[in-house]
Design a protein around this ligand. Sequence first.
Ligand code: SAH
Ligand code: SF4
Ligand code: F3S
Length: 455
Amino acid sequence: MTAMSESLAPRKSYHLTTFGCQMNEHDSERMKGMLQSLGYAEAKDLEGADLILFNTCSIRESADSRFIARLGEAKRLKKHDPARIIGVGGCFAQSVKEEIFERFPFVDVAFGPGQVHKLAEFLTADSLSAQGYFEFEGFTGRLPAHRERPFQGWLQISVGCNCRCSYCIVPSTRGREVSRPLPELIGEAQAMAADGVREITLLGQNVNSYGRDLRDEAGPRSFAELLHALDGVEGIERIRYTSPHPKDIREDVIRAHAQLASLCEHIHLPLQSGSSRILKAMRRTYTRERYLQKVALIQEQVPDVSLTTDIIVGFPGETEEDFEQTLQVVDEVGYDGAFTFIFSPRRGTEAAAMGESFVPHPVKIERLQRLIELVQRRAEQRAQRFVGRTVEVLVEGPSRNDPAKLRGRTRHNKVVNFDGLTAPGEMAFVQITSASSQTLAGEERLLAGARAQPC
Ligand code: SAH
Ligand code: SF4
Ligand code: F3S
């Protein structure tokens, strides 16, 4: 047999399935960038891949089940072709680290969210015997990112979480909070801008506590200081962030929304529950009143702001009265959108041990339906304020429902489907003609001098 030269050898291929939040999406971009630099090509499905990777989430039981189902497919493929490598990274892997190779003996490599970079070490090692990497090391260094859209990028400002919300698995999967130094973040934002990124989203479990742990020569830093510094980066036209914790969001951050041209008019402020009693049991460390005070301050300083939130229904011990208090807050605030979840007991969390006060499943479902109905009604009412306005839209590509149209996002983080000609990555000015709870519809205004109304 003739030996194949290096350059003619088929390239190794990988397939990466991502579950979970933006942190995971960002980690996956970094994994993809790393794999490309190792000479791997992306396969379009599991079947076509030599390396099958999963970046997992464990926030709710449903996340675990979705992953286990996909892992079953990988197991079947490996049975037919044992040379395939299976890798499991992310929060699920971290949360079952002790037992992962016992439960899933066909897995070759497993790593927690803090160990993404170790994947390269594993893949370039001489022998590929089963390996697990689960240390917390803070931010895992600079890895090349493979961005889904070249004009939008994530910037991870901190890793981990020091909160102890009683329902949440994240502190145990992502470790203690570590902020990245401010000059490093500015440098990364400048490099992103030079690469063509126009919109950045800052990522952290609690962005407001950014910088408190920094002990560089400049001393502790604040999130507001970071926002001001990033606003000065040439080429970055939009800054978003997720998520602020209501207990920590300060007036300097709220004011920054009114002061900084690039900071978008959208705040995702997770409520979780509108009942102070349940908030206490959740260990959220704010009351319903304190939350509403923060909202009032935001609405006063940034009058046209879009507010979105996360809400959990059916936390252990939640009564009909508690739930009605959540409905009242939703009605009063008038969110532009909300992610709504059914409480899911997570291994190792305080709330998982409250079995005696679990809310029956049918009650949780009924509450979720009532909540969704109210959230959608209020969001639809709120969205009507955009009808007739011409707004600035960053074009993302063709519309999902109708490829003849374009799709993009406003500064308020509303998706807009519209008739227009502007290329992806460019700003369009779109006159809004109708609005539903989820999306806006409109037509691009191409007239010379067309300007978005200040929003
Ligand atoms: N750090 C972010 C949230 C990360 S998790 C923050 O605090 O804002 C995203 C959302 O998942 C949470 O806001 C919460 O609403 C939901 N969530 C977390 N754990 C959950 C659980 N055990 N059951 C149901 N929903 C949960
Ligand atoms: Fe979880 Fe609370 Fe930390 Fe958010 S702030 S990641 S909900 S522990
Ligand atoms: Fe994110 Fe899921 Fe982990 S929501 S932080 S990937 S548990």
